[in-house]
Design a protein around this ligand. Structure first.
Ligand SMILES: [Cu+2]
Length: 486
């Protein structure tokens, strides 16, 4: 069982042991059942709206089942601590890079926050032995839900995330929006896969060989639930490259939240596709007593894609006394259908590749840190056609904002909420509407394929959102360095 902690710059204060928080305040969770091997990640929680946390990157010896490997991780924890913050609050995060030889940084995926200065600025580079103090002001309108943080070091993101440099970032407050969740057992699940080289280190994956899929750094945990009991699963794909297609034998997953955005209505599914970087939060209700496989089903990633076979992730163990299920209401939280807004302009983004050369392109170009590919005046609402002109799946992600998927391959999509990550089928087109209407977006940031091999291989571009009344407000056009740790 891991600890829930309120962090401070100087280490941990007010740690207490609890797992599977029940949305109760403080640390009085009842903990997991002794009949399960599932463990919740460790946590840092905010106090009075401020989350103060230090993340130290260092080489660490890890053991998961039979696999031993040495990798760079945060705070000595391959699964990495979950950060819990609040809308309207602040994250003060010191990144301390004690890795042997690689610069790093932190991106706050899914957070609708500023990309500038010491906020969610991917042009920060923190060299070994150096520190960087991030201050992330979270808008009061940020939806509660599961987001995540991870290395966005250009050219090294795949390796660093594959080492374990990714973790959950929860915006609290979901019970206030969805009161029927009160009292339900919460299961935070951080999905990562790893593979050790012959020397026991972790570099880049070779998918000709299997990788070890883990939940919170555990291989194939058992998860206890009682018959009729409803639990709230909060699952994030925080690995480097792989897709997941979640299924639980004999159980429906009622999705309530996608990519940290509450759906307008519950979305019951037998299978949930999670592209790299995506998150899903859903209700599961225990069926008849017995054991049920929690799997990722095979995903066809296309002729040039990485093999993604079916694998067991864990096992749901249903036992105990019959409980009364909790059923979500027909509607959840309304949000604006962006198709009702006037469009400012349309763009077409073509994703292509030279797979053998490890080169991945958007509109025929490899990423250049110094080139601004798209410039958008604040207040715009744009339609982007994402075209996959290659023989494998890609996954579009843009920083600082969510978007609405309006069509896939020309077929209109029902509006049930926003997301920040979407797959683009092999040879297909995904059409989205992106609102560039929040002043927090002003600055320079990126959009990219979230298969990190592709991102590192060039499938990324820079976008500048500027305020027409103050174009000089964009201040992050150059790399920003960390400094010696105090
Ligand atoms: Cu890609």
């Amino acid at each position: 069982m891991r600890a829930i902690c309120t962090g401070s710059r100087n280490g941990l204060v007010a740690c207490c042991v609890a797992a599977a928080a029940l949305f109760a305040s403080g640390c009085n969770g009842s903990g997991g059942s002794s009949s399960e091997t599932f463990e919740s990640p460790s946590e840092y929680r905010s106090a009075s709206g401020s989350l103060n946390v230090e993340l130290t990157i260092s080489g660490q010896k890890n053991r998961i089942g039979e696999l031993e490997f040495t990798s760079n991780v945060y705070n000595g924890d391959y699964a990495a601590p979950v950060l819990r913050a609040s809308a309207g609050g602040i994250i003060n995060l010191r990144l301390r890079n004690l890795s042997a030889n690689q610069p790093s940084n932190v991106h706050y995926h899914g957070m609708n926050v500023s990309p500038q200065g010491n906020s969610d600025n991917v042009f920060v580079q923190v060299e070994p032995e150096n520190c960087f103090d991030y201050t992330i002001s979270i808008p009061s309108g940020q939806s509660p839900g599961l987001n995540w943080y991870h290395s966005h070091m250009m050219g090294l993101a795949e390796t660093q995330v594959f080492n374990g440099l990714s973790g959950g970032l929860i915006v609290d407050g979901i019970v206030e929006k969805l009161p029927f969740l009160l009292g339900l057992k919460e299961r935070v699940m951080i999905l990562k896969d790893v593979q050790a080289s012959e020397d026991g280190t972790v570099t880049t994956p070779d998918y000709a060989k299997p990788t070890l899929r883990t939940i919170n750094g555990i291989s194939k945990p058992t998860i206890a639930i009682e018959p009729g009991e409803t639990q709230f699963f909060r699952v994030g794909n925080m690995g480097a490259n792989l897709f997941y297609q979640l299924s639980i034998d004999g159980h429906e997953m009622v999705e309530l939240v996608r990519d940290g955005n509450i759906r307008t209505r519950p979305n019951p599914q037998q299978r949930l596709i999670l592209p790299p970087g995506a998150r899903t939060e859903f209700l599961v209700t225990g069926g008849a007593p017995g054991s049920y496989a929690f799997r990722t089903l095979a995903v066809d990633t296309g002729p040039d894609g990485d093999p993604t076979p079916e694998e067991l992730l864990g096992t749901l163990i249903v036992s105990g006394s019959q409980q009364e299920p909790v059923v979500a209401p027909d509607t959840l939280v309304p949000s604006k259908d962006l198709r009702t807004l006037p469009l400012t302009r349309s763009r077409r983004m073509v994703f292509s590749e030279n797979n053998d050369a490890g080169q991945f392109f958007i509109n025929g170009e490899l990423y250049s840190p110094s080139r601004d590919d798209v410039t958008v005046p604040l207040g715009s609402v744009e339609k982007w056609e994402l075209v996959n002109n290659s023989q494998e799946l890609h996954t579009f992600h843009i920083h600082q904002t969510d978007f609405q998927v309006i069509a896939k391959n020309g077929r209109p999509e029902e509006f049930i909420g926003y997301q920040d990550t979407v797959d683009i089928e092999t040879g297909g087109t995904t059409t989205i509407i992106i609102p560039f209407t929040s002043p927090t977006q002003v600055g320079r940031f990126v959009y990219h394929c979230h298969i990190l091999e592709h991102e590192d291989g060039g499938m990324m571009q820079n976008i500048v959102v500027f305020d027409p009344s103050d174009p000089s407000a964009v201040d992050n056009s150059r790399m920003m360095q960390g400094r010696q740790c105090s």
